[in-house]
Design a protein around this ligand. Structure first.
Ligand code: SAM
Length: 233
């Protein structure tokens, strides 16, 4: 599976950049090989390689296939992103679980995401994970959001904040009719008391994921898995 940035509309397409490198130098594709292409339209395309160069290849589109692997709802994880490998792990597993949007959250006790380079890097992880798990839509990585204004976002969605001392479990809060969900997860030091209070005042509901203190990515993925398990068909 290979990702093309430009929408696939023509009968032949060129595969360039990192995807060409993967196709030509990792998979060692040859003329006549069959590949699957996707372009974030939701569809995937059966294609055949018809030309190879050193840095690019050309494929002929054989068939457009409508294959949706999306959840029936929009699922947003807003989290203070961990660093290094843990960040990559969070992004990769969010893609696998069907998260539609990942919003880096700036909180009192976390730093801010270092702009464009970081976002490009995160998007690269999204593409790699989408190729692996066969999603045809890319999880969006939103602009960093800061508190308290983020607490006012999307009031029509079910908005849940992960809180180690909350009373309710995430599964208790999910309506049986699938509903768009936003989950906020705090930084290593946790949300401050003022941040929790502002969230609850804005209509967010706290939930607990067992009795242990989880790291950011574990909490985000446990919550995303609960939503996916409840709503994915
Ligand atoms: N001492 C911090 C606290 O009490 O919030 C621990 C922070 S924890 C490493 C990072 C974030 O993961 C928390 O802010 C919370 O949003 C979420 N989290 C961790 N364990 C949790 C649990 N058992 N239930 C719900 N959320 C949890």
């Amino acid at each position: 599976r290979f990702f093309l940035e430009a929408p696939i509309t023509a009968e032949t397409v060129d595969i360039e950049g990192p995807e060409a490198h993967h196709l030509l130098h990792v998979m060692r594709a040859k003329i006549g090989d069959k590949v699957t292409l996707f372009d974030d339209s939701g569809a995937q395309f059966a294609a055949e390689i018809i030309a190879v160069g050193r840095k690019s290849a050309t494929a002929r589109i054989l068939e457009r296939q409508e294959v949706s692997r999306e959840l029936p709802v929009s699922l947003t994880i807003a989290a203070a992103l961990p660093k290094g490998d843990r960040q990559r792990w969070l992004v990769e597993k969010c893609v696998e679980l069907g998260v539609t949007d990942l919003v880096p959250l700036e909180t009192e006790r976390s730093g801010s995401l270092k702009k464009e380079k970081s976002l490009d890097k995160l998007r690269g992880y999204v593409i790699d994970a989408s190729k692996q798990c066969e999603r045809n839509r890319l999880m969006r990585i939103g602009e960093s959001a800061s508190l308290p204004s983020f607490w006012e976002a999307s009031p029509s969605a079910l908005r849940l904040i992960a809180d180690p001392v909350a009373q309710e479990a995430v599964s208790d809060l999910l309506p049986s009719v699938p509903t768009d969900v936003i989950i906020a997860v705090g930084p290593e030091g946790g949300f401050s008391p003022a941040e929790y209070e502002a969230a609850l005042a804005a209509g967010w509901r706290g939930f607990r994921l067992g009795k242990r203190i989880l790291r950011i990515e574990t909490a985000a993925l446990a919550a995303a898995a609960a939503v996916a398990a409840a709503y994915d068909q």
